[in-house]
Design a protein around this ligand. Structure first.
Ligand SMILES: NCCCC(=O)O
Length: 705
């Protein structure tokens, strides 16, 4: 009995197990079959992707993963193109027009998959020929990186759009940069390709209007040696260049052999080149990598600012940093800036979104036709769908991770650090010093007529503290800045080390500490107190019996002459040191940095006012005249100092404002529609531009201050 019960129990357990297994198999089958069923209802939309994996601008290494991330996001978003699946077919153009055209023809003649749109090409060399032909297949082509001005020609490229801006839009930024450094003569050298020749034609024109002389203009095809010799003969120091990475190595190698490198030579280059991904060994030139780096050490890059602050709510929900984090994970890097096309990552991501959103909207419009159509019906003879897509993209605005574009000066190597030396934080310290000096005038004016004797003495002590500390803050900050400039420009090594703000603050802190120690010792051993001073008696004019005895309430200490003398010595030495630094840095020609002229004026002001005004104030006995003199001296010295230092900066900031406005105006022309966006959009761009300036300010990058 017991045995058969156990047997039945075992049988039941076995059945339960089998039941569970069957259930699991059923669930597994359901899971496996469900997507198949869904997939069967999904129509694939093929996008041909033209990505340069090699050649003079091999931006595929960033553009392709970024595009693929967008494809994944779109396909995972049930609200975008429901019932469709985007399939990106990436092909390597080698950044070569012939190769790109061949690839495109092969793909379009491949009838097994009809392409709905073309994405790319990345570089203008591949984009120009393909965009000139793709419209014959009724295909829209959208580039994420091509910047040739030629691509703006609607007649040549009737179905072409791009998210990246034409290279000409950076000319204004380059000229603003040149003007801000007071450079009046520049030379240009560029490859004879439409991307560069059209850009430089406009640059030369704009330079002339801006009063900048272009003393040499050189173009080259394959070998830039002769042209570089011409540049050397012209005596140029500032060279604006336009070339791809292979040509860049040749140009910089020629520059090396001509000894055109070092701090005397400054290069201004397209920003996408200046990231220095082109600095790789090259067997076709007779220069080592180190030699190329030596020449490339002094360059500015001017680029589109593609990475928006994270505060922006994008349509995909993706912020810049989230995109970059995903990008880094997908390509397995923690240094994306070392990859070609780093700055174009958001443009690539947004290009795919542009395509998807346009297709989504076109699908809605196709359904309204009579008879209705769908994207699945698209063929290369379908000029209705392409016209709808064209109109949709022409009128499209959405918030992408790149979408607004700004021009900014990217300052690699030495100069990125140098610009930071304008030191807004240190300027603030100077302002605080000035404020303390102003406040001390108010305290100086308090006397026993309006306050009790105790209050009078307290105010007097506060004034005694505020004045030397204010002086040390203002002049200590001013001279510490000059000391930093002095350190940089007297350092003979190639890579100049920047004295960080914290060291400057440290110098100011030491000065304050010295002041505080003296003031405390003064306070302990010889405190200021109210002292009645009896003046000379005066007989009343109308009545001989009335005699006036003026009593002045003074705030003094017994040995105050020595304490004041100590401050005179310390601050006098500080002024002499400042004058020395100003003299030493008088030849620094960077307006953002060189305050030596102004510092000289400030030192002169203070010396004159102190050494003339102080003895006079000792002699003056009359309280009102004494106050008027001392207050005027402090006010004058402070105001002159602040004006001399800050007014030129405010003027420089105002001068750059029209340039920024012009830049925004130009940027509006980069709208993919080819039309200017609405006024609100311009306003928004302007606000964003100012916001970005604020970000630069926060980073301590004060340009052009
Ligand atoms: N934005 C980098 C690619 C430059 C060009 O070939 O248009």
């Amino acid at each position: 009995m017991r045995g058969s019960r156990l047997h039945r129990l075992a049988l039941r357990l076995l059945l339960v197990k089998i039941e569970k297994m069957l259930l699991l198999v059923a669930v597994a089958l359901t899971v496996a079959v469900t997507p198949c069923l869904c997939q069967s209802n999904v129509t694939k939309l093929y996008l041909l992707g033209l990505f340069p994996e090699s050649g003079p601008w091999a931006g595929a290494e960033t553009a392709l993963p970024a595009a693929q991330l967008a494809v994944d996001d779109i396909n995972g978003n049930p609200d975008v193109l429901p019932g469709y699946e985007i399939v990106l077919i990436p092909r390597d153009t080698e950044c070569n027009g012939g190769k790109a055209t061949d690839i495109m023809y092969r793909e379009l003649y491949n009838t097994s998959t009809t392409k709905t749109m073309i994405i790319g090409g990345g570089c203008s060399l591949a984009t120009e020929p393909t965009a000139q032909a793709s419209h014959f297949w009724n295909l829209i082509q959208i580039s994420y990186a091509a910047s040739s001005p030629k691509l703006s020609d609607r007649l040549l490229y009737p179905r072409f759009f791009r998210l990246y801006q034409p290279e000409t839009t950076f000319n204004l930024a380059k000229l603003t940069l040149i003007k801000k450094f007071n450079w009046t003569k520049v030379a240009t050298i560029y490859e004879s390709l439409p991307l560069f020749s059209l850009t430089f034609a406009e640059f030369h024109h704009e330079a002339k209007k801006a009063g900048i002389e272009v003393i040499a203009q050189e173009t080259f095809g394959d070998d830039p040696t002769t042209q570089m010799e011409h540049l050397k003969e012209s005596g140029t120091r500032i060279i604006v260049g336009g070339f791809y990475s292979d040509a860049a190595r040749k140009v910089f190698c020629a520059a090396y052999h001509l000894k055109m490198f070092g701090a005397k030579y400054v290069w201004i280059l397209p920003g996408w080149l200046a990231l220095n991904t082109w600095l790789v060994p090259d067997d076709t030139i007779d220069c080592s990598l180190d030699q190329l780096k030596e020449v490339a050490g002094y360059q500015f890059g001017v680029n589109a600012l593609s990475l928006l602050p994270d505060t922006h709510q994008t349509l995909s929900g993706m912020t810049t940093s989230a995109l970059l984090a995903r990008f880094n994970a997908s390509v397995g890097t923690d240094d994306p800036e070392s990859l070609v096309g780093f700055a174009e990552i958001p443009f690539s991501y947004d290009t795919i979104w542009t395509a998807a959103l346009a297709l989504h909207e076109a699908e809605q419009q196709l359904e309204q036709l009579d008879p209705p159509k769908t994207l699945a019906d698209f063929t290369y003879d379908d000029n209705t769908t392409v016209q709808i897509l064209f109109d949709v993209i022409s009128n499209m605005t959405f918030q992408g991770v790149s979408w607004e574009r700004y021009s900014y000066v990217e300052l690699p190597f030495v100069y990125s650090s140098v610009i930071k030396m304008s030191s807004p934080n240190i300027n603030n310290v100077m302002l605080i010093g000035g404020m303390l000096a102003y406040v001390s005038i108010i305290f100086l004016g308090v006397d026993t007529n309006i306050a009790s004797t105790d209050t009078f003495v307290s105010m007097c002590r506060v004034k005694t503290w505020f004045l030397p500390i204010g002086f040390s803050l203002a002049f200590g900050a001013m001279f510490s800045k000059t000391w930093r400039v002095h350190k940089i420009f007297t350092n003979k090594t190639a890579m100049k080390r920047v004295v960080k703000d914290k060291w400057l603050f440290g110098c100011v802190a030491v000065l304050i500490l010295v002041d505080v120690v003296i003031l405390i010792v003064w306070e302990i051993f010889d405190p200021l107190e109210a002292v009645e001073r009896i003046g000379a008696t005066k007989i009343d004019d109308g009545n001989d019996d009335i005699v006036y005895t003026p009593i002045r309430m003074m705030c003094e200490s017994r040995n105050q002459t020595y304490w004041i003398g100590a401050f005179y010595v310390i601050d006098g030495l500080l002024l002499i040191f400042g004058a020395f630094l100003a003299w030493e840095t008088r030849k620094v020609s960077m307006p953002a940095l060189n305050d030596s002229k102004y510092i000289g004026v400030c030192v002169y002001n203070v010396l004159i006012l102190s050494f003339v005004g102080a003895p006079v104030s000792f002699i003056l006995e009359e309280r009102n005249a004494h106050y008027a003199l001392v207050a005027t001296l402090i006010w004058l010295a402070t105001t002159l100092t602040l004006c001399v230092v800050f007014v030129p900066k405010i003027r420089m900031r105002n001068e750059v404002q029209p340039a920024q406005s012009a830049l925004v105006t130009q940027l509006t022309q980069c709208h993919p529609s080819g039309h200017s966006p609405a006024t609100e959009e311009v306003q928004r761009l302007r606000q964003e531009l100012n916001k970005m300036k604020g970000h630069l300010d926060n980073l301590g990058i004060k340009y052009p201050m």
